[in-house]
Write a protein that binds this ligand. Structure first.
Ligand code: GLY
Length: 352
């Protein structure tokens, strides 16, 4: 069944419709401790959820483990779930990734619905069927591609998010703008994140998700064009790993934004990505995300992180680069010298 993405104005009605698309004998709702407190109250009085069984796991990425997965499997088993039961995942990327994986593997797969509650999960994690857990110290190491039957995007949750979480999710929207067209990109870099116009943001979220859906439909298992969605992530993941190793708190989207600065520079060097668009994007990122600082003694470590990225093949670092806004070039490589030059550019241009 094709994944249905619903931009919801009426969650009670849209969730009911989503549930009725998947004939089921029992309903389960997965939350983490935060979404249980803040988001479950929004839906808990819906009449058709009165018999649903709750499963609540610890919040944050540290809980995206085999142990938590096992806890969810046990809760499904003890709650009497069958192959015809349905799991509703209510939460951010951790809940939808782990819940999607639990559903995809329980009795060889039960159906699930995602109700993402963070901007990051609305525009990225909950759409497109990447599910999984962290394992052996590596993020999303174990998982499967298997789409939720429906993803319901509800604007009500956007207003509950703090500034950091809005900005973090917004970086993935910026990425979608860069890989799509100049109009979307220009709209994103001129949007005022200090005084958010929520109805406008909701329209931009819908556009952003449509860009991702279109790419995922073409290439669900990332053999080709889905790699476009990795723009900013090769350098971004390295910066995120460095931050983690040094106990510096960095939200995923912030690392992606800084990764975009690096990779658009590489795009300008290798593919003549226009310099004016590089500098406008860089300026927006600097103003919106501030600067992640590192010095040249940390280059080796960053390079090693890039070498261990799971998107690489045979140890060759894989980038998605851009010849222009909307002109995507997947499967690009760069020499070590070019990568070090890219890090120099980041530090000089960002002023660190
Ligand atoms: N987060 C990138 C993808 O879903 O492919």
């Amino acid at each position: 069944m094709k994944q249905d993405v619903v931009i919801s104005q009426n969650l009670q009605k849209d969730l009911q419709q989503a549930i009725s698309r998947c004939s089921n004998d029992k309903l389960f709702v997965l939350t983490d401790t935060t979404t249980f407190r803040l988001c479950w109250p929004v839906i808990k009085d819906f009449p058709y959820l009165q018999k649903a069984k709750m499963i609540t796991i610890g919040a944050t990425d540290e809980n995206k483990t085999l142990q938590t997965l096992s806890f969810v499997w046990e809760a499904l088993q003890q709650g009497g779930a069958t192959r015809h039961s349905l799991l509703i995942c209510l939460g951010g990327g951790m809940v939808t990734d782990l819940g999607g994986f639990a559903a995809s593997t329980f009795k060889r797969g039960i159906q699930y619905i995602n109700i993402p509650t963070t901007l990051l999960s609305m525009v990225d994690a909950s759409v497109g069927g990447k599910t999984g857990i962290n394992f052996g110290g590596l993020k999303n190491e174990i998982g499967v591609f298997n789409c939720a039957s429906t993803v319901i995007l509800c604007a009500e949750f956007l207003r509950t998010l703090d500034d950091y979480n809005i900005r973090s999710g917004y970086a993935e929207m910026l990425k979608h703008g860069i890989i799509s067209n100049t109009e979307n990109w220009a709209e994103l870099i001129t949007f005022d994140l200090d005084n958010i116009d929520y109805p406008h943001l909701q329209q931009m979220v819908a556009k952003s998700v449509a860009i991702k859906e279109h790419i995922v439909e073409e290439d669900p298992t990332e053999k080709g064009i889905r790699k476009a969605l990795n723009l900013g992530h090769t350098a971004g993941h390295a910066l995120e790993s460095l931050a983690l190793a040094e106990n510096r708190t960095v939200l995923h989207g912030y690392a992606v934004a800084w990764g975009l600065v690096c990779e658009l520079y590489l795009s300008a060097k290798r593919l003549n990505f226009p310099k004016d668009k590089l500098s406008q994007t860089l300026q927006f990122i600097k103003e919106t995300y501030g600067v992640f600082t590192f010095n040249c003694k940390q280059y080796d470590r960053l390079y090693q992180f890039m070498q261990h990225d799971k998107k690489n093949q045979s140890g060759i670092i894989n980038f998605t680069l851009m010849a222009d806004i909307g002109d995507i070039r997947i499967n690009q490589t760069a020499t070590q010298e070019e990568i070090l030059d890219m890090l120099d550019f980041y530090r000089e241009s960002m002023g660190c």
